[in-house]
Design a protein around this ligand. Sequence first.
Ligand code: ADP
Length: 533
Amino acid sequence: MSPLRHKGLALLALLIGYLIVEWVEYGRGQVLIGVEPLDPSVGLAFAALLLGGPTFLPVVVAGEIGSALFRSGGQLPALVALLPAATVGISWGLAALVLRRFANLRLAGQRDLVLLIVTAAMAALGTATGDAASLWLTATLPEGEFAQVLTRAWIGDMIGAMVVTPLVLVLRPPLPLPSRAVTIEATVQGAVAIAMLWALFRLPAAAEWQLYDLLVLPSIWAAARFGIRGAVVINIVLQIGMVAAFVMVVKDADAVTAYQFRMLVLTLSTLFLGVAVTERRSVEDTLRRRQDQLDRFARLSLAGEMAAALAHELNQPLSAALTYSRAALRLLDSPGNDQTKLRAAMNGAATQAERAGMIIRTLREFIGRGELNRQPHVLPTLVRDSLALLEPECQRAGIRFEAVLDRTLPPVLVDAVQVQQVLLNLLRNAIEAIEQTPGPRRLVTVVTHPTEPGTVTVEVADSGPGLDQDLVARLFQPFSTTKAAGMGLGLAICRTIIEAHGGRLWLAGNGPGGCAFRFTLPLASGTKTGGQA
Ligand code: ADP
């Protein structure tokens, strides 16, 4: 359907709906109790002007004129039929103009609701004045009753606008279909509302309206559970129930006005609660969506870091295996090939390949379960194994290793492969730093230090050039590197591993004479006893 036809049909539907509502309002309500208890047509007109804009204004005015003529049986002078219609058009048209500009028409926040209430109150005052003035012009206004007529007209318009307009604004499509549970609960709420209305009008105490507060229960229930949607529905249910009760049971015009003021307070309170609940839910939804997004990013970047880490950690054993294999090939080609050396080279290659496999396994387990395989291990053995792996590189660069380790320590409770990764990374960084310095002092030391009970501190120090001050601040951040082929992940990964063991890793010393890194590890049992070996 074209948008134009769509709008045309909407206009026609509005006109028909408007006239039907007016007929019910005046034909049934006012005739029986001598006052207009509620003006839903105003609410409908306001909603139409809000959603459709100024195009709907002629229809609203035509509807008003038609209903005025219909009410008077075609007897009213033209001016009296036109005046209320004109005030309706001007007042509600202006209110709609302001709201369309400044408010969210789904009533998303308290501000939107306040704007709706204030503009509707002003517009209702405009139409009420028009109504009272038209009575005065036809000399049908009883002496001294201007204020009373004005008040009655205002409350009728205002409550009509506050019940019907939010209903149309909030429940217009697109709307998600309610679930079965919501439908059941809403039906129960409706039933409770009707029971309360019955009690209010039928129980003996009701004569003095003492049970009025009963209506608060279904109102709060609906608004608290279903937000603004619950609020608009319960408001119309209670309002229709009230009007029906007045028309059928009370039939007292003064009581209606007093009651409508109370109803207005209840209606507005319910709307405020509904908006607050919806607002909070939408904030929670936004937060949850952001958190999901963050989690997704975190997982993506963790996967990226893991992949980079894997590449980084595998590089070393694979290149060592390559070196060993090439040496083996050279030995095979050499005359009288030395079986012992060949065996040692092949052994070396096999050990490095095994190590690469172990790294992959450990990382996979680490990612899969997010935990470490912690066992008691002898720290000096872990250090010695790591040093042994780096021996070929050290020999080539003319670097000496020194290990000063406390042999009285109880075993450490660690994932051996992961801690060896840390040691290897720190030692390799130290070797690479010394390789850049031509000086004669080429030394790497690994020392254990006394520390708080239950843990041990390990220090890896070198005689390299030390770190640049500007690098120190971001040393442990991923991708901080000064090396052409470096990834800047080593220290970041080391810190993650040590922290996963409940320890700390930090830069303990830095200067032109080299730098020192320290980390702590948990002991399997007992406390540290001291004494260096
Ligand atoms: P990568 O080795 O891949 O560069 P790291 O996280 O291991 O990543 O180290 C980051 C940077 O810290 C290195 O590029 C290097 O500049 C510096 N660095 C680390 N250890 C030392 C050290 N012992 N001496 C001097 N600089 C070091």
